[in-house]
Design a protein around this ligand. Sequence first.
Ligand code: ATP
Length: 451
Amino acid sequence: MPAPSTAPNLMATIVSLCKRRGFIFQASEIYGGMGNTYDYGPLGVELKRRVKEAWWRANVTTRADVVGLDSAILQHPKTWETSGHVAGFTDPLVDCKTCKARFRADKLGEAQCPQKPSRTPLENKCELTAPRAFNLMFKTHVGASEDSASVAYLRPETAQGIFLNFKNVLEASRLKPPFGIAQIGKSFRNEITPGNFVFRMREFEQAEMEFFVPPAQNDEWYAYWRARRLQWYLDLGIRRDKLRVREHEKDELAHYSTATCDVEYEYPFGWGELEGIACRTDFDLKRHSEASGVRLEFFDPDTKEHYTPFVIEPAGGIDRMALTFLIDAYAEEMVENEPRVVLRLHPKIAPITVAVFPLVKKDGMPEKAHELEQELREAGFSTFYDEKAAIGRRYRRQDEVGTPWCVTIDGDTLKDGTVTVRARDSMKQDKVAARDLVAYVTQALRSWKQG
Ligand code: ATP
């Protein structure tokens, strides 16, 4: 198992590592930044892409009963009236009369008073206004006029686009319940108190699935997706003791939901939701059916009856997942009396799979290294070439961004065609024939187990 991190302020350490090594930057930084929006740099974009690929592979590609969708961010405004978002997608907002800061009334215990950041507004006895409902949807206007008829919303979740396409997908793909429609895409929420880096942003990416089932199979599929989604995080290396599934209490449930749970992770700032799995019954399909006049039902050819399927919805945030993988993978340790920072990312999500180094910048080593790097790239691996600094330093730089394997081209390569492959976690070195390198990495990736 990975050694526990020893960083005293893990969140600040991760934020600084992300900036320094090109994972995540503050958006619009040169203009002083834009509140809780972030840009993904060269390594971050690769990490996020791999998280999305792993999600899509587990939930769509490898399954015969789930298909994908990519619906528009701007949908007909009636979508959000019908779904209840216009009336009810609100957070309770309070203002501090002294310092003018705004807080979520239900998160006062977690907020910081700007005048005394060591205290919450409650501890500081701030003078707060009564809570008022604040809608989290971003409004915009479609077309040239800005009257109320042109109002549109940036979607606050991807799920509604799936319900709107239920009939289209059903007819086009000829699936029958139980089946799912999955989608990954951007969502937007005007969060009142964003914070904790990419944990809570105003623009973020979601990975959601609506899994449509015959009503009688609701409970078994809920249990199935609960277990399945938890296992996905474990398979990608998240520590078991840092994950838990929290079943919602009856008074937390939406009025239409029979059960909901959150997969939670223990972040440096406490337990937080990573993903929700909700039983949404037939609520959404029925509402959209009534509001649009279009029948959103399934005709069962066996019983010759129409029925509205029930829905199980696993809904996670890609940015929260990426952050969780980074936090969970981070470790500081002493190796031969030298500190080493290592990101023990699962190789399937590590942004760089193989780094290639010539031992020295002469004797044809750089040329051979470039040649091997190109071969690895063409085989589909992401690589990084580095010829600067001592070999030990080059290893450390790769450890810090989670590169599972480093390959060194040395004197032996030129003599007998072997290269040295050094593993990130064990730091063990293997001699491998250069011509077998692609096969070696392919196999190592396939059989990788957390050390
Ligand atoms: P929270 O209680 O943290 O506000 P939520 O219950 O409103 O989250 P859902 O509507 O269930 O979240 O959205 C599904 C997932 O989308 C969440 O589990 C989370 O991973 C992600 N998510 C939601 N809001 C944000 C946000 N503002 N920034 C980043 N990810 C988010």
